[in-house]
Design a protein around this ligand. Structure first.
Ligand code: NAD
Length: 280
């Protein structure tokens, strides 16, 4: 039976480290959060980010902007936050209204203030193995892998899902640890090859958003399984991997909820601290 890789204790440990470093700064770091319009999903992210920030001694300033604002107005607003020496990091809440292009707007954030680690310059630094600000979910996965105590060097590592926020950046971080990385996606499934790849994974990371996509019996004996997926099934939240059958075969597995999720907001705060240190 696999050991559970729970995110909360790892998050608590990292939060203690962040808190101590924040306390040693000469000035309280500030995370500026931009929300455009009144989306309930975005409002709930804001609530949990604010709570996490304040518990660590980080100031969280929320900028609520009008739904109908033009894309250029948002970019100009970001420009004022970029120029404000009191602001250490910036995050744009999703979703944005359909007339605003997230990539365009977030590209205006100075790379040194990019709390989410998604600016092209930060992604580029990751390619060169030099990133100090890293996308939050891939960073959370790397922390859980550290917790599993697996040595990634040369391990057959299979990622299912090749999104810009999870699968692609994660592949770069894993390559830096000398894992042998395969990235599967919808094309792999269409070609009927998903099971074949999943079954040889010593480390399996799944980020798709389809409940039960990965059958428990596909999981290799002794594999480390990280399930990033979040799916609502009836009144329950489940991942992308069939949990019980996978747990019977794996050596370590993340629960959903309670695995990757609790760590991602902590990674956002770690990025903010890193940004503040870079700006000193
Ligand atoms: P996305 O929709 O951007 O990407 C989905 C990926 O899955 C794509 O690469 C696509 O090709 C692949 N895919 C789709 N159907 C497939 C199939 N049948 N077989 C193989 N691959 C398939 O999704 P995303 O934003 O990366 O999110 C993925 C999941 O992770 C979602 O459930 C999301 O809620 C969750 N998520 C969780 C966290 C967290 O903090 N825990 C953070 C981000 C995303």
């Amino acid at each position: 039976m696999a050991r559970l890789l729970e995110g909360k204790p790892v998050a608590e440990r990292i939060k203690e480290e962040i808190k101590a470093e924040v306390a040693a700064l000469s000035r309280k770091p500030v995370l500026a959060s931009i929300i455009v319009g009144q989306n309930p999903g975005a409002q709930s992210y804001v609530k949990s980010q604010k709570k996490a920030a304040e518990a660590l001694g980080i100031e969280y300033t929320l900028h609520e902007l009008a739904e109908g604002m033009a894309e250029q107005e948002l970019c100009d607003f970001i420009g004022t936050l970029n120029a404000d020496k009191n602001v250490n990091g910036i995050i744009i809440q999703m979703p944005l209204p359909p007339h605003i292009d997230y990539k365009k707007a977030s590209g205006f954030i100075l790379p040194g203030k990019d709390a989410e680690g998604m600016h092209p310059a930060n992604i580029g630094n990751m390619l060169f193995g030099k990133a100090r600000i890293v996308p939050c979910t891939p960073a959370a996965v790397m922390e859980l892998l550290k917790e599993s105590a697996i040595d990634l060097n040369g391990k057959d590592t299979v990622i299912v899902g090749h999104s810009e926020i999870v699968g692609k950046p994660l592949a770069l971080l894993l390559l830096d640890k000398f894992a042998t990385v395969s990235v599967c996606h919808i094309g792999t499934s269409r070609a009927g090859k998903l099971q074949e790849h999943v079954s040889r994974a010593e480390v399996l990371i799944v980020a798709v958003g389809k409940a039960g996509l990965i059958k428990g019996e596909w999981v290799r004996e002794g594999a480390v399984v990280i399930d990033v997926g979040i799916n609502r099934v009836g009144d329950k939240i489940v991942g992308d991997v069939e949990f019980e059958t996978a747990q019977a075969r794996a050596s370590c597995i993340t629960p959903v909820p309670g695995g990757v999720g609790p760590l991602t907001v902590t990674m956002l705060m770690r990025n903010l601290l890193e940004a503040a240190k870079l700006q000193r």
